[in-house]
Design a protein. Sequence first.
Length: 276
Amino acid sequence: MDADHDGSSGRGDSGSVHEDVRPQAVSHEPAGPDAPAPEAEAPAPPAPTVPDTPGVGVGIAGLSFSYQVVAALALSLIGLLACAQVAMVFLHVAPSNTLTKQHGKTVDDWIYPEFEQNWKLFAPNPLQQNIAVHVRAEVAGADGRRTTDWISLTDADADGIRGNLFPSHVHQNELRRGWDFYVNSHDDRNKPNGLRGDLSERYIRRIAMLRLDGVDLGGTVERIQMRSASSLITPPSWSTEKADTRPTYRELPWWPVNPDDLPAPRDAARAEKGDK
C-alpha cells in the first residue's frame, strides 16, 4: 500500500506517469516574515511610435517639402495682393497729395471699375492755402472823411494764439468760421444764395466792428469793407509740385455801419439792465 500511495502522489518523480494538472488553490494567508515577496507586475510595454513620414503632421507641416514651398509662395502672393489692395484704396480715397499726383493713373487703373469707392477719407480736404481776412474803414473825423489802410484781423488772432498754451476759442475759430459762413452762403458775385445770406453778412460785419472797437482810427466809423487774401502754401522741398504763392483777393462791397453793429451801446444796455 505504501508503494501504491507513493506512486500516485503526483509529485513529478521521474518514474511517475501521472501529473496533477488541477489548478492549485491560491492561499490568502498573510505571508510570513521569512516568506519571499511576490514578484512585481511587469510594466506595460510602450506604445509603438509612428516614424516621421510625410502626410502625418497637421496643416502645412504635414505636407512634403515641395508642397510646403508651393503653399508658402501662395500665401506670400495673397499677402502681397492684400497689401497692394489696401494701399491702392487708401491712395484713392485720400486727399490729393504728391503720390497721387505722380501715380494717379496707376491707382485709377487698379481701382476702376471693380473697386470703385465714392467716399473720401477726409471731408473736407485739408486746407492747402492760407486765408487772411482784412478790413478797412471809412472814418469821419475832424479833418473830414478818409479811408484807412487794410487791417489784418487774422494777424491779430494769430498774435493771440502764438506762445499761448491755452488760446481762446475766439482767437482760433470766430473769424475763420464767420468768414466760411459768409462764403458758403454767397456766390462769387457776393449775392446771397439762400435764406442765411443776410444773417451771415450781419454776423461777419459785427465781428469786424468788435475788432475795430479797440483801434483808434481817428474818428467815427461809418462804413467798412472786408476782403480775403488767399495764398497757396509753399510745397515741401522734396515735392516737384509748382505753386504760385502770390495772394489772390476777394473784396466784398462797402457796408454802412448800423447802430446794432456797434458793441458799445449793447454793453451799456447790458450794464443798465444789470443795475436794475
